[in-house]
Write a protein that binds this ligand. Structure first.
Ligand SMILES: [Zn+2]
Length: 238
């Protein structure tokens, strides 16, 4: 008897999930009321006259039988103590199984959520390590010396970018290049060297740059073939 209270509190909470065959919480209560009354009256029925059999009790207990079909057994269940006893055992088994299933589903959801969280954490970290910036100088006018062309919009680069892929102006030759990032007042923030390679008619210069601790703002990017004159381009570091 005591276990019934627990079972149906559980049903009440999970009404939407547990009533696939049309058992509303109200139906459950009605069945319980009938059963409860039956039990209180105590019908021993030792010869099991008119009993539906374990299979039917099991199907009602596990909500496997549509309520319309179960209806005709309710009177009997309400007046047969052995059936009630069997029924409550089946019901307890069913609820335990459901609880296990729900817990298993909850555990899978938790695992999936953790994996998703971890993946998104990795995605957030990744750009800091591998983000590549492309600085395209191919269509820029070629300024000489440290003078920049004020009409050109600044190149944009993120402070998170560690790999700078510089496309040198068309016609640039392969070989060793120097790259400098200087403030507008001429102070050097970073100085790197690299080797430019010609691929598909584009002279690429790949350099590793760390400006993560540099303040965001406008700088000057200076590039030269080692030993030659600097070319300057406005650079916006974000
Ligand atoms: Zn019976």
């Amino acid at each position: 008897m005591r276990s019934i209270g627990c079972i149906f509190v559980f049903n009440g909470q999970s009404e939407a999930n547990l009533n696939a065959k049309g058992y509303s919480a109200k139906d459950e209560r009605r069945i319980l009321d009938v059963l409860g009354r039956g039990l209180l009256k105590e019908f021993p029925n030792p010869s099991r006259t008119g009993c539906p059999g374990a299979d039917i009790l099991k199907r009602i207990a596990s909500h496997d039988m549509p309520l319309s079909e179960a209806e005709k057994w309710l009177d009997h269940l309400g007046s047969c103590s052995p059936c009630y006893s069997d029924f409550s055992q089946f019901q307890a088994t069913y609820q335990r199984r459901r609880t296990r299933t729900i817990l298993a589903i909850a555990a899978s959801i938790l695992i999936v959520a953790s994996l998703a969280g971890w993946a998104s954490f990795l995605r957030q970290k990744e750009p800091l390590v591998t983000q590549t910036a492309v600085l395209d100088l191919r269509n820029r006018s070629i300024p000489r010396g440290t003078e920049q062309n004020p009409a050109e919009p600044p190149l944009e680069v993120s402070r998170a970018a560690r790999h700078w892929d510089i496309y040198l102006p068309l016609g640039s030759s392969e070989g060793s290049y120097d790259v400098r990032i200087v403030t507008r007042s001429g102070e050097t923030v970073a100085a790197i060297s690299g080797v430019a390679k010609l691929t598909d008619q584009v002279t690429h210069l790949r350099v590793e740059v760390n400006v993560s601790s540099t303040q965001a703002g406008t700088y000057v990017l200076q590039v030269r073939k080692t030993g030659a004159e600097w070319s300057s381009y406005p650079l916006h570091v974000e």
